[in-house]
Design a protein around this ligand. Structure first.
Ligand code: AMP
Length: 156
């Protein structure tokens, strides 16, 4: 259980945790793998969310999942990507969170995941929480813990 003081302080910065869907690079499950290859190369992320036409979260696609499809027995062929869709090869077994502010769960899951998709009850894609943003908040907390604690004590 996270201490209330720490949780309260982290929550003060909660708007920093969530990168909203509008600012997240994503793919559509119907996109061809050739298109996905170009997008991933351009955005320079090795893994991004996959959505359907109604912006529901479906999974994630990574560069290794694409390059695997390009490999022949003794060559690499980009054209193999034209006839395949993102939905066919994406990873569907993804940890997601519904409440972007459930710190306990988020900190636990970020140990193994560089980012966490946030979804509504109906699977609508809300955004992502990245390890980097959480580290920035924890860094801030570590540097300002005493100061904030004093402020809270003086309030009572
Ligand atoms: P970071 O903690 O900033 O290094 O991000 C961790 C991972 O989250 C990245 O490697 C990407 O897979 C994903 N990510 C971060 N920001 C974005 C974004 N704006 N759009 C799509 N994916 C992102």
């Amino acid at each position: 259980m996270i201490s209330t003081e720490i949780s309260d302080m982290l929550m003060k910065n909660k708007r920093h945790f969530l990168i909203p869907a509008s600012q997240v690079a994503s793919l559509n499950a119907d996109n061809s793998l050739a298109h996905a290859f170009l997008v991933l190369t351009k955005v320079r992320y090795s893994r991004i969310p996959v959505l359907d036409h109604e912006s529901k979260f479906m999974g994630e696609l990574s560069m290794p999942l694409i390059t695997e499809q390009m490999l022949g027995l003794d060559d690499i062929d980009l054209q193999r990507l034209d006839g395949m869709t993102v939905g066919e090869v994406m990873d569907r077994e993804i940890d997601t969170v519904q409440d972007p502010y459930d710190l306990e769960e988020i900190l636990h899951l970020l140990v193994d995941n560089p980012f966490l998709p946030v979804v509504s009850q109906d699977q609508d894609f809300v955004g992502i929480i990245t390890r980097r943003e959480m580290m920035k908040s924890l860094n801030y907390l570590a540097h300002n813990f005493d100061k904030n604690l004093n402020l809270m004590d003086n309030r009572d």
